[in-house]
Design a protein around this ligand. Structure first.
Ligand SMILES: *Cc1c(COP(=O)(O)O)cnc(C)c1O
Length: 395
């Protein structure tokens, strides 16, 4: 037994989180990830997953994964620079580059790993990174690991960024980095203005499009396609853990940058590659998206319906420009009680509080998907209305 004197502080911290309504309460899911899931033996409507297109349990992705296992087995064996890289991983990179109209792509184990591979490979001591204040934790950690100076600018505020660039002199290389879609509010980065500013000052520009991949742009080709900025954004990080329904990360950009990440990206060099079924399922997801934009269309139609109906009921749904719908509730304990009541009514929608969002900005984040039927959404909306009234959130 470890003497409790060494861990007593952790007990205190956990208790403090619990009393503030901030302790992450992780549910156990006993079914595939889909429009409905089974929690505690009960089938509930799932409004929590980033499984935007319903691909996480798609028959074609499952079949592709099984076929690939028969050909290639399961594991990659080691890091790609040592055990060799499987043809499957190279196929994925080539197909992603074609899909996104990028010169080159490197695939990684996750979006988190993609940021940790990219930022420290490009930036170091004596360099400066301009980072949106609401950027994802993996961007923040990538920036910290790089040892570059970090200058954060006000959220999506191009004028503030312009001022900061003017004030920040004497550095060697410079990088502007932003989320594409901000995951807690669903707003989209002002990429065209950021691109113009980056070009004017000859600064590298990087966008992390985790929530835009498979969602924004033509048939889900992402934020660069959405704004028609092909060839103008230096680095586009993405994930296959959300709309693609699998798990994995990617970096798209000019061949020279991608080649460099293959030489210097530490999660690429020192952590094994994604597994065979992951990669095969990702390849199948690209096939599906190239064949039809039906799922992407359905996702957006569902999201518009939910956003519109919740706003009509009187909920504050923020300023999302994407399928993410935040239902703003304010204090974390209220959001937790609301979420619990929803679950009792058969709707799984998690409360999100500090540190994922600012204190006093707790919310329930409704994640729509193409897999939800109109009947699913009607049932979920009815539960929101009933509980909202009971708790005095709406009239
Ligand atoms: C979800 C997310 C990630 C992490 O992606 P994983 O593939 O789950 O590791 C990175 N960046 C942003 C902006 C995200 O929203």
């Amino acid at each position: 037994m470890i003497p409790s004197t060494r861990t007593a502080w952790i007990e205190t911290e956990l208790e403090s989180l619990r009393s503030q309504g901030l302790l992450a309460n992780i549910r156990t899911v006993e079914s595939p990830m889909d429009a409905h899931i089974v929690i505690d033996g009960r089938r509930v409507i799932n409004l929590c997953a980033n499984n935007y297109l319903g691909l996480a349990n798609h028959p074609r992705l499952k079949e592709a994964a099984k076929r690939a296992i028969d050909t290639y087995g399961i594991g990659p064996g080691a890091v790609r620079t040592i055990a060799g890289t499987m043809k499957l991983h190279l196929d994925l990179e080539r197909r992603l580059a074609e899909f996104k109209h990028a010169e080159a792509v490197i695939s990684l184990q996750s979006g988190f790993a993609a940021n940790l591979a990219t930022i420290p490979a490009l930036m170091g001591r004596g360099d400066v990174i301009f980072s949106d204040e609401l950027n994802h934790a993996s961007i923040i950690d990538g920036c910290r690991l790089s040892r570059a100076t970090i200058v954060s600018f006000a959220h999506a505020d191009v004028d503030d960024l312009r001022r900061k660039i003017a004030e920040t002199t004497g550095y060697n290389r410079r990088l502007i980095v932003t989320d594409g879609v901000f995951s807690m509010d669903g707003d989209i980065a002002p990429l065209p203005a950021l691109q113009a500013l980056a070009e004017e000052h000859d600064i590298l520009l990087m966008v992390d499009d985790a929530h835009g991949e498979g969602v924004l742009g033509k048939g889900g080709r992402g934020i660069v396609d959405h704004f028609g900025l092909h060839g103008k954004v230096d680095i586009e990080v993405g994930t296959m853990s959300k709309a693609f329904g699998v798990v994995g990360g990617m970096v798209a950009g000019p061949k020279v940058i991608i080649d460099w990440i293959r030489q210097r990206g530490r999660p690429f060099l020192f952590s094994s590659a994604a597994t065979v079924p992951d990669v095969a399922a990702c390849l199948e997801a690209i096939d599906l998206l190239e064949e039809s934009d039906e799922l992407v269309q359905r996702l957006w139609a569902n999201a518009e319906l939910v956003k519109h109906e919740l706003a009509n009921m009187g909920f504050d749904v923020g300023h999302s420009a994407t399928p993410i719908v935040p239902v703003m509730l304010g204090e974390a304990p209220l959001a937790q009680v609301f979420s619990k009541a929803l679950l009792e009514a058969g709707v799984f929608a998690m409360a999100i509080g500090f540190p994922t969002v600012a204190r006093g900005k707790a919310r329930i984040r409704v994640m729509n998907s193409a897999a939800h039927t109109p009947a699913d959404l009607e049932q979920a909306l009815a539960a929101f209305e009933k509980i909202g009234r009971q708790m005095g959130v709406i009239e």
